[in-house]
Design a binder for this molecule. Sequence first.
Ligand SMILES: N[C@@H](CCC(=O)N[C@@H](CS)C(=O)NCC(=O)O)C(=O)O
Length: 350
Amino acid sequence: MIFTDPVQLIGATASPYTQKMLALLRYRRIPYTVSWAEPEQVCEALGIAPPKPALLPTFITQTDDGLSAVCDSTPIIRSLEEFRGDRSVLPVDPALAFLDYLIEDFADEWCTKYMFHYRWHYAPDADKAGTLLPLLRNTALAEDDLSRAKAFFTERQIGRLFVVGSNDITAPVIDKSYRRFLEAMEQHLARQAFILGNRPAAGDFALHGQLSQLVGFDPTPRAITHEISPRTVAWVDRNYDLSGLEASEDDWLALEDQPSSLRELLSEIGRVYAPAQLANAQALLRGDKQWSCEIDGALWEQRTFPYQAKCLRWTKTLYDNLEAKDATRVDRILEGTGVEAMLKDHRSSV
Ligand SMILES: N[C@@H](CCC(=O)N[C@@H](CS)C(=O)NCC(=O)O)C(=O)O
């Protein structure tokens, strides 16, 4: 992937993945321009096809035939590493890099449930988001148009809650998971500046993206985060711009020296994300459009997502490609967390 110079992207301030990538670009000191617009609008102006589906953020890249539009932050981060090698966000040690990938995936695919649930489940949050999302596109929107846009957005997004598994039965599961996650973050950030040591990795930026909304936009999770983890609140504020942070190889903390709080974070992944990922992958194999399973003692129901099955395959492939000695080191830290289930040969177990 060849990027434009400056790197060009299209996003929204209230989009967690946009904030993930902006914070990453600032840390990496990669010049960029961001358009607060819809990908379709910008692509039309450039005379190129928008990505399918056109998600936020969308990046503009260069190909032999001209410009092209792409999305999906996780592979884009890897392409940006090839584009510019310094200030890498990928740990050098393959075992640590695997854990970072797992945390990035958890942030993108599970922590986004916290974000989406709190934004649209409770009336005060939905009211704020309904008003602000259209205004973030156009601050000069006329009152009538704003009312229409608010009604449209609110109805559409509340209608999507069920699709990602948020409903009255799962609401306490999501809430308890978010609180446990914050307790682990509070303990962990009392020990070190970032998840894997004293420099940020891709997983830090993925968590930052979701938390930028949970702390900075939606009132219900904002209050919860302030109550449970003031260190997370401060961490998110600083992560927006880490351009002044000088990092060296020594700033990755060795896997064997990580504090026990890292295991608390990994245990949350094993407790809630692992069963969801396995049930989703099995439903896809069976051709089921919906799946249900027990998560943290409650019945979880949601739509099957092929993309999340792809995420599980990526995780498994990365693990399978580890050398035996590194896989053993990973196994040691994951033992008893529940994440191990994601790394078994689940295809054969279906
Ligand atoms: N896997 C994608 C996810 C991006 C994504 O889902 N973006 C949201 C906004 S934060 C989106 O565009 N959703 C489509 C919609 O709301 O219609 C990534 O990592 O970039």
